[in-house]
Design a protein around this ligand. Structure first.
Ligand code: IPE
Ligand code: IPE
Ligand code: MG
Length: 249
């Protein structure tokens, strides 16, 4: 374990890591259990990875916990996930706070049941002055929802005369996204062997390095995180330029 950790260059860590936590259902089914059993065990991975990122000094960790499309799952699973969310926040908020971790939420909060909104708002308030890891939970989130929302709000500003069409640039758009306060993720990890984005951070992932692993989310631990970071550190990020150009700078 420590071996992998030692290989990581602490001066070249991604500032922002985003994770699609996938595979809870299959993990449970493979054990002959109900899907909710998988979600329940997925929380252990969340705890472990949050701790791992905080220890390393990663600035931002975004976890895709529930997508806009996940509302279409069977009701018992949706309800189970909401209850798990609330009980986890309740249990973990003190430890987040003690570890100087600040919680953020991105997504359509108004879709969440009232009791979940209340619990989340309390946790946001409790951790709001913390200056360590920024833990961003994507809940009832999708990239298309976010972009649509941004477009509507920008149109509204123009209609009200507070913004002119000529003024709109990439910074303007950025400001209207839910992630306006955060840098773009440099590394996006998806567990469980699916090779897709599933409506996650569509705009922000433009130049992210993508890392896919077959490991199911409930089995994902710090070592797997270190491996992803190690892999990331061995890539050449060209941003459209050539290798030769990069060598010059
Ligand atoms: C990810 O695991 C958690 C959520 C989407 C809430 P899944 O529930 O998607 O698990 P699989 O992909 O069916 O195995
Ligand atoms: C993406 O996983 C959403 C989350 C992990 C919260 P899904 O399991 O919902 O994605 P698809 O359906 O396989 O694309
Ligand atoms: Mg899935």
């Amino acid at each position: 374990m420590s071996n992998l950790l030692e290989k990581i260059d602490k001066n070249r860590l991604p500032r922002h890591i985003a994770i699609i936590m996938d595979g809870n259902g299959r993990w449970a089914k493979e054990k002959g259990e109900d899907r909710l059993f998988g979600h329940f065990h997925g929380v252990e991975s969340v705890r472990n990875i949050v701790e791992g990122c905080a220890e390393l000094g990663v600035g931002y960790l975004t976890l895709y916990a529930f997508s806009t499309e996940n509302w279409d799952r069977p009701e018992y699973e949706v309800v189970g996930l909401m209850e798990l969310l609330v009980s986890t926040i309740r249990k973990e908020v003190d430890s987040l706070d003690k570890n100087n971790i600040r919680l953020h939420v991105i997504g359509d909060m108004s879709m969440l049941p009232d009791y979940a909104q209340k619990e989340l708002n309390e946790a946001l308030e409790i951790t709001k002055d913390n200056t360590g890891l920024n833990l961003i939970m994507a809940l009832s989130y999708s990239g298309r929802w976010e972009l649509l929302n941004a477009v509507k709000n920008i149109a509204w500003e123009v209609k009200q005369g507070r913004l002119s069409v000529e003024e709109i640039d990439q910074d303007t758009l950025q400001q209207f996204l839910c992630t306006s306060g955060f840098p773009d993720p440099e590394l996006m990890i998806r567990t469980s062997g699916e090779y897709r984005i599933s409506n996650f951070l569509l705009y922000q992932l433009a130049y992210a390095e993508l890392y896919f692993t077959n490991v199911r989310w409930p089995d994902f631990r710090k070592d797997n995180l270190y491996e992803a970071i190690w892999d990331y550190q061995n890539r050449e990020r060209r941003f459209g330029k050539t290798s030769e150009q990069l060598a010059e700078t």
